[in-house]
Design a protein around this ligand. Structure first.
Ligand SMILES: [Fe+2]
Length: 392
């Protein structure tokens, strides 16, 4: 009886502490007030499931408008697409998000115009042909700027160096918090790139509201309008896109524990039934082999790692640890970061290669029989890590 009394008192105290501190520990950080100017801004391009041929353009404005997207080739109007509109009310204000899907396009250069009554924005993008025999990508781990930290110069450096890649892949934590000022910071860092080059983003924990990582918010899904080919409840967030030489699968590792059976069944299918693409790359924010001191992502390590290995994944791109590591061969696991925030490597002996303190990025090239990987540090010409994976 006495034990029962003490037990219930302990539970009561724990409940009271949780109740008092719930908002502080698990609640959302208040978003500062904002008012967006009434102009077309924050243009992003993302690929459809057929990543070589399909594009979605998204943008933001300060009010509800009847926007269309005009698609032109050689100054000739090919099609006019009525934009979808979503209004997102967050703690600090209102965001009007728009997107338009182009459908399948043939190889060549395109001009697009965001049109209301007048032309409000004009940009260009290119659809590449499959006959180049090679697709290439940039991978960027965490950015997570709290203030301008030189990410824009990193982006321009990489753009100058690799101007013609098929897409930039992001491993999550692109923004510090899902607040307008952090979205603005991210867009300012990638503004030279985003209106013309497709982005393939995975979600990080910082894209979610603080706490139990259950609220991604609607700004992400209406900004990055990705293929809805993912598992139930994660459509458009966990997804894949296909290039001729590679399937790229982005997994929302933040909510893995809440959607474990659906995600595993879906991964088994899309990793093994992958049509003609010889290579498969998985992108997931939390690392199978964490490099940060004292960190282990247990479910990702014990469940996703063996699944990737049994399904023949070639390369896994990860983040979250603000350091660099390479592990294994089938697949090769990479942890990387492009942020100014750095963490120490916990146990260098536990990794095939590890380092920290830099702002890293990767250049990937995929042919029908070889995946070439090179990793660079900002401002350095020579790669600090490289390898290739071949298929017979
Ligand atoms: Fe993270």
């Amino acid at each position: 009886m006495r034990k029962l009394y003490i037990g219930s008192q302990i539970l009561l105290v724990i409940g009271a502490i949780l109740g008092i501190n719930w908002d502080k520990w698990f609640g959302d950080l208040p978003e500062p007030d904002f008012v967006l100017p009434d102009k077309v801004q924050r243009l992003f391009i993302t690929p459809g499931e057929d990543a070589l041929h399909e594009r979605t353009l998204s943008w933001v404005s300060g009010s509800k408008r009847a926007f269309c997207l005009d698609l032109l080739r050689d100054s000739t109007l090919l099609k006019r697409i009525h934009a979808a509109h979503h209004v997102v009310k967050s703690g600090g204000g209102t965001t009007h998000l728009y997107h338009a899907k182009t459908g399948a396009l043939t190889e060549g250069a395109y001009t697009y115009r965001v049109v209301d009554e007048d032309i409000e924005y004009e940009g260009n993008f290119r659809i590449k042909g499959a006959n180049t025999g090679r697709q290439s990508f940039i991978y960027i781990g965490d950015i997570q700027d709290r203030w301008p930290s030189g990410t824009d110069t990193l982006v321009m450096e990489v753009q100058d160096r690799f101007p013609d890649v098929d897409a930039w892949i992001f491993g999550g934590d692109m923004i510090e918090r899902p607040h307008d000022r952090h979205w603005a910071l991210f867009y300012d860092a990638v503004k030279t790139l985003a209106p013309s080059t497709p982005f393939i983003p995975a979600t990080g924990n910082h894209e979610y509201e603080m706490g139990l990582n259950t609220d991604l918010g609607d700004r992400w899904v209406h900004t990055f309008v990705m293929p809805h080919n993912g598992p139930k409840y994660r459509e458009g967030i966990t997804y894949y896109v296909d290039y001729p030489n590679v399937r790229i699968v982005c997994v929302d590792t933040n909510t893995y524990e809440w959607n474990l059976p659906q995600t595993n069944t879906w991964l088994q299918r899309v990793l093994t039934e992958r049509r003609d693409s010889p290579f498969v790359i998985v992108v997931g924010h939390h690392a199978v082999h964490s490099v940060r001191k004292g960190r282990k992502n247990y479910l990702v390590h014990h469940l996703l790692g063996p699944l990737y290995e049994s399904c023949g994944v070639d390369l896994v791109l990860q983040g979250h640890d603000h350091a660099y590591a390479r592990d294994g061969q089938n697949p090769v696991y990479i942890v990387s970061t492009a942020a100014v925030k750095h963490y120490a490597v916990g146990d260098p002996e536990a990794h095939d290669f590890s380092t920290t303190g830099g702002r890293y990025y990767q250049h990937l090239q995929v042919t029908p029989d070889t995946l070439f990987y090179t990793a660079y540090d900002k401002g350095e010409n020579e790669p600090f890590d490289q390898f290739f994976i071949t298929k017979e």
